[in-house]
Design a protein around this ligand. Sequence first.
Ligand SMILES: Cc1cc2nc3c(=O)[nH]c(=O)nc-3n(C[C@H](O)[C@H](O)[C@H](O)COP(=O)(O)OP(=O)(O)OC[C@H]3O[C@@H](n4cnc5c(N)ncnc54)[C@H](O)[C@@H]3O)c2cc1C
Length: 386
Amino acid sequence: MRNDDHEHQDIRDAVRALCAQFPSEYFREIDEARGYPEAFVDALTKAGWLAALIPQDYGGSGLGLTEASVIMEEINRCGGNSGACHGQMYNMGTLLRNGSEAQKRAYLPKIASGELRLQSMGVTEPTTGTDTTSLKTTAVRKGDRYVVNGQKVWISRIQHSDLMILLARTTPQSEAKKRSDGLSIFLVDLRDAIGHGLTVQPIRNMVNHETNELFFDNLEVPAENLIGEEGRGFRYILDGLNAERALIAAECIGDGYWFIDKVTRYARERIVFGRPIGQNQGVQFPIAKAYVDVEAASLMRYKACALYDAHQPCGAEANMAKLLAADASWAAANACLQFHGGYGFATEYDVERKFRETRLYQVAPISTNLILAYVAEHLLGLPRSY
Ligand SMILES: Cc1cc2nc3c(=O)[nH]c(=O)nc-3n(C[C@H](O)[C@H](O)[C@H](O)COP(=O)(O)OP(=O)(O)OC[C@H]3O[C@@H](n4cnc5c(N)ncnc54)[C@H](O)[C@@H]3O)c2cc1C
């Protein structure tokens, strides 16, 4: 008998009950219309789930990363896509860890209640990609403001955010001691910025993932919106990545279980050659292997979250969890599509939608190759390859 994960069953039950109000048809229609699951995100916000990581002092529920990961897992396991709102859960981490008390008091309670959405983070640029420290967007101090010029790409959920975390260069790389010095983080109020120095160009893409090109043309950002110290922004972003990796891993784990549940049900019911297709070992084995991989990825996710919650270093575990989970969900997705035969391609089965959604995590927010490069260099002591 399958011994499914019962960690934090109370959270699982509550999130499942909320998700049950939003059946597959809801997500299918949103996907077909390239819409935004506003009602779903509202319901999650009102129930407090997206404020899980905000301390109670600032209006959140003060849960750990473990519990937060269970929330994200359950959303994806129920057939939804946390990608529409995961930024609201973790983008505020940069502000929480590095912001001033005044900034935290001003923004965190409103983010917790959903009055403000901080769903966007602008890091990636078209000409530099994964090579983040080479990014070219500049922020130059002029009196009580910074003037921002440059370009970003793939910046998600701008249309459903009030605020965006922006990484820009404040000291030219040639003048910085280290490549990673001289970058700074700003909190950009999108309501003021769009049309006043910031232009947004949506990118239609394979997934229904709201994402955009951004063009900065002398955008003025008040100096008080600098987060932490000028020049230390890259470090601040890195500090937040472990939580993001663990949460994305959890989403992939949720996807993995969804695919496995869906395909095992189908393989039991679908009769070809006078017997269920699931009786053939050629069908059983890829599904069983994907299940093993999802379970293993889940354990690494728990290890990463436990270390994070204990304030221990968890870069290795968070990265490995993300890689294992993304690979496991992709293997589960392939098995699910394959054994649905032609029906897997019909939108009404939801398989092709989830297949597209989970494929993203081989590339974003960090590609599998870059995780392997991290493991090779930082865990195995091999020479840096780039
Ligand atoms: C739908 C979507 C939403 C996104 N949302 C956001 C967002 O909200 N904010 C944001 O800042 N970014 C966002 N991104 C960007 C995402 O993080 C990047 O696409 C990702 O980091 C890869 O960067 P790139 O696309 O420039 O690929 P590149 O850096 O050009 O790399 C391309 C491929 O080359 C390989 N590669 C590159 N360098 C190496 C190397 N040294 N060794 C081995 N292989 C290598 C990798 O396989 C990689 O996939 C999003 C992307 C997508 C598709």
